[in-house]
Each structure stands twice: as C-alpha cells, then as structure tokens.
Design a binder for this molecule. Structure first.
Ligand code: PLP
Length: 404
C-alpha cells in the first residue's frame, strides 16, 4: 500500500510527464520549460527507503549525498562561512574553503591546479572559448554531452566531429587537422546514455602521434572508476597523458552542485583570467563546498568506497543478461536496459515503480529513434538484496509486457 501511495506521489509530481518527455537531451534537444518534474518525497529518497521505493536512477554513485559526515561538513561550513558570498570569485567571493577545495581537487586528480565553477555545465561552457582561437581545432566525439557541444559552439576554433569512439575516424580527422596551430581532442570519459567508456588509451596514443591535447569530461567517472576512484584516466592507465579534466561535484562527490577544471597551472591561470562562467557567475555556497570537500577526504582516506561499486555493477549486469535483457555498455554502473520501443520503455518504467523500483524510460529525442531504454544506475549503497529485487521486478515486468 505504501508503495502504491509513494508511486502515486511521484506520478502526481509529474513522473509520467517527465517520462513522456524525457530529461533534457544530451546533445542539445529539449525545452526544459515545458516539462514538469517529479518531486521526490524526502531527502533520503536520493537512494532509498522511507517511501518504500528504491531509487535506481540517481547519479549518487557512492551514496555520499546522504553520508552523515558529508552532511555534517555541509552544516559546519554553512554555520562557519555563511549561506553564500553574494559575489563572483574575483570580487569578494573567495574564502579559504574555496582555495582548499581547489587544491584538494588537483591533488585528487594528481594535477597541478584546479578552478571551481557553479556547475560542470559552466566548466564545459567556459573552457573551449578561453583556450582555443580561430587558428586551432577541436575534435569532439559525436555523442559528447550537451554541455561540451555547447561549449564548443561558443568557441571560434575549427570544429571536427568524429564518430562515437571510432579511432579510425578520429585519426582521419587528426590528419586533416594538422594544418591548425593546436589540436584538442574532447571526449566524455564515460558516456551517460550508453554506459560505455571512452578508449582513452588509444585516444592518447593518437593525440601523441598527431600532437594534440586531450580533454575529458569525467562527470560519470570521478569518484568510482579506477582502483582509487580517480576516473577513466586512472582506470585506463593514462593519468599522465590526459591534459585537462572537467568534472562535477553534483554526482558521486556528494551530489550537491558545482563543477571544475583541473590540469596544468598555466591553463588554470588562463581560465581565471578569461573563462566567462567563472568570471561572471556567483561563487559556490559554503555548504556545497563543505560537502564536496568532505566527499574528497573520504575518497582519499581509503579506496574502499570507490571499489565497492564494481561488484554491484557486475551483479546487476550479469543477472539481467542471464534473465534475457540486453544491457548496453560495459563495466559501468550506468546500465541501460535496451528495449527499442518508446512506449514499452515508458510503461515498463511505470510498472517498475509499482513494484518499488524507481527508474526512468528514455526515448527519442533523448536517445536515437528505435533505441528506447530504461537507464538503471547502480550505487554503492544498493544492497545485494536491492539489486536482486530490481532484477526480479524487471523480469516480471518484462514478461508481462513481452520484452522477454
Ligand atoms: N557533463 C556530463 C557528461 C554530464 O552528465 C553532466 C550532467 O548531467 C554535466 C556535464 C553537467 O554537470 P553539472 O550538473 O555539474 O552541470
């Protein structure tokens, strides 16, 4: 009964409208204003339970958004440093905690320096224009996140789009781009719609061969990919070869908000002088800084949290595959359950909610036509029982709707 009531509450909040329209598209489509958004019953809903519904669609990969130490750090920063700065960074919007967090981010990624933004969307909007001139070239994976696409649109460099993770195509484009002064290859580390991981080793080899820099967006990797959760570059052994990393504080690192660029010090200095979202947007609120800072402390103290993801991801992926589903991607906690038909994805997601599992169906224009799916996201906080319950619910609902 509680389940049905909670499901109704979510629907009342607009879950079905959200589902029908889909979240704002990676790649550019969509009018956010025309959508109603599901409101979740309480803060704890970020992963689980008072409402009896288990959330399998949050980017809360490590469960840190509800970690008691992270919450406490946010409260302490709020009390000590105030609600907000009422200023951009370079006027009166920099406190010791902002500098400390930037230093900590750089240390976490083993880079020289870092710069904070209000979001990773802003970090992506600010970097290409500041770094590249009309004499330069940027080579971008066709499935890169919308914010990378928009950031590239804002710069005057020559633009090349290579086929998704296609190294032959990237090489051809790099050859073509030799005529330019500087080349920057830009890729998501992990692609959020498909749960696939960029072939960074090969990308870095090509970048070396054709004298290019490499930029990665690590929003769906920071904190949990690689032995110490440093991200895709650590996972694939190229930490010393990726030049620039942009990532978010709004997913695995406490889930509040904020983004950053980390990389060589001269680049970060340049961004502080020229990057428009940094220069012209308010400083991160202390509570948000406190929360991200504590999340990084926890991850640097021990790699146990980061490592706890892999086995759970594997459990879900292998059980779902054994049940007869096709799961896109590989070894990533983003597990898209491929269904093809948009209506099937929508009604199955609806039925999953009736069984206590909150997931969302994605269809065109969020993903290509005919490739509708339910995107499941595994978190370190899901228990084995939660995962098994999710697989059982999928199996029941899949059978009922003819997906199996
Ligand atoms: N890049 C990628 C790959 C993302 O998935 C997202 C968020 O969905 C962003 C950038 C933007 O991150 P933020 O929420 O910090 O603006």
């Amino acid at each position: 009964m509680w389940r049905a009531a909670a499901a109704r509450a979510l629907r009342g909040g607009g879950a079905s409208a959200w589902r029908a329209a889909g979240p704002v598209r990676a790649g550019g489509g969509g009018k956010e204003g025309s959508r109603s958004l599901p409101s979740v019953p309480c803060p704890c809903f970020s992963l689980s339970v008072p409402a009896g519904i288990i959330n399998f669609c949050a980017n809360n990969y490590l469960g840190l958004s509800s970690h008691p130490e992270v919450i406490r750090a946010a409260v302490e920063a709020l009390e000590k440093f105030g609600a907000g700065l009422s200023s951009v960074r370079f006027i009166c919007g920099t406190q010791s905690i902002h500098k400390d967090l930037e230093e900590k981010i750089a240390r976490f990624h083993q880079r020289e320096d870092a710069i904070l933004y209000a979001s990773c969307f802003d970090a992506n909007a600010g970097i290409f224009e500041a770094l590249l001139t009309p004499e330069d070239a940027v080579l971008s994976d066709e499935l890169n996140h919308a914010s990378i696409i928009d950031g590239i649109r804002l710069c005057k460099a020559n633009k090349y789009r290579y086929k998704h993770m296609d190294m032959q195509d990237l090489e051809a484009k790099l050859k073509e781009a030799q005529k330019h002064r500087l080349r920057l290859v830009a890729t998501d580390g992990a692609f959020s719609m498909d749960g696939d991981i960029a072939p960074l080793r090969e990308i870095c080899q090509l970048a070396q061969k054709y004298d290019a820099l490499v930029f990665t967006d690590e929003c769906h990797a920071t904190g949990f990919l690689g032995p110490n959760g440093r991200g895709t570059d650590e996972l694939l052994g190229v930490m010393d070869k990726v030049t620039i990393i942009n990532s978010t504080l709004g997913k695995a690192l406490g889930g509040a908000a904020g983004g950053y660029t980390t990389g060589p010090k001269p680049l970060i200095d340049l961004l502080r002088q020229r990057s428009r979202p940094y220069l012209f947007s308010n400083s991160l609120p202390p509570a948000v800084v406190g929360c991200a800072s504590k999340a990084l402390d926890l991850l640097m103290e021990s790699n146990a949290i980061a490592q706890s993801m892999a086995a759970k991801t594997q459990r879900f992926r292998s059980k779902m595959t054994a049940a007869g589903f096709t799961i896109s991607g590989k070894d990533h906690p983003i597990c898209p359950v491929m269904l093809g038909d948009a209506r099937l994805a929508s009604v199955m997601a609806e039925d999953m909610l009736n069984r206590g599992i909150y997931v969302i169906g994605f269809s065109y224009p969020v993903v290509p036509k005919g490739k509708a799916r339910i995107r499941v996201q595994i978190s370190a906080v899901h228990s084995d029982e939660d995962i098994d319950h999710c697989v059982e619910a999928f199996t029941e609902v899949g059978r009922k709707h003819g997906a199996l």
